[in-house]
Design a binder for this molecule. Structure first.
Ligand code: GDP
Ligand code: MG
Length: 169
């Protein structure tokens, strides 16, 4: 029996993939074309009800430190889940996402990991094949969704599946 149904979920991924926009879309259902780097607050919260149980997700966003490769271990400490984000229109952001996932898998055993291919609304100019990431996710037992922080597509399904899995821990 968990004393608290609150979970720390960290967002990881290269700068510009849409981490801050995803957090804002999920927690406040808003999208702003230009998302200021996080200042002051380090996370947004969102409550969900899963099987009659309330669960609170604390979505931790970076203040842009990923640009300088200086995310501290503090950021990941006590996280129960991580959402690693890439941009479907930029192949190199998938490689960076895989690096993060490799690090998470080798350093921790108890973090639930999801991979999100963001900017799904730009599918006309995609560089990353969905099926390729789907196989990679299956091999590594990761939750996988393509999302658009802009239109909201896939955002609730991603976090709902994450929350569902967290409830079973
Ligand atoms: P972060 O550095 O990973 O936090 O990325 P941001 O959330 O700051 O987003 C970077 C840029 O991508 C901004 O100009 C956003 O407007 C844009 N962006 C974020 N998500 C989407 C999306 O789903 N679709 C489109 N078209 N643009 C997005
Ligand atoms: Mg950001």
């Amino acid at each position: 029996f968990r004393k608290t149904n609150q979970h720390k979920v960290v967002l990881l991924g290269e700068s510009g993939v849409g981490k801050s926009c995803l957090a804002l879309r999920f927690c406040k259902d808003e999208f702003t074309g230009y998302q200021e780097p996080t200042i002051g607050v380090s996370f947004l919260t969102k409550s969900m009800v899963i099987n009659d149980t309330q669960i609170k997700l604390q979505i931790w966003d970076t203040a842009g430190q990923e640009r300088y490769h200086s995310l501290t271990p503090m950021y990941i400490r006590n996280a129960t889940a991580a959402v690693v984000v890439y941009d479907i229109t930029k192949k190199e952001t998938l490689e960076k996402a895989k690096d993060w996932i490799y690090q998470l898998l080798s350093q921790t055993s108890d973090v639930l990991i999801a991979i999100a291919g963001n900017k799904y609304d730009l599918t006309d100019v995609r560089e990353v094949d969905k099926e390729e990431v789907k196989s990679y996710a299956e091999e590594n037992r990761l939750i996988f969704y393509e999302t658009s922080a802009k239109t909201g597509d896939g955002v609730v399904p991603l976090f709902s599946e994450l929350a569902n899995n967290l409830c079973m821990i």
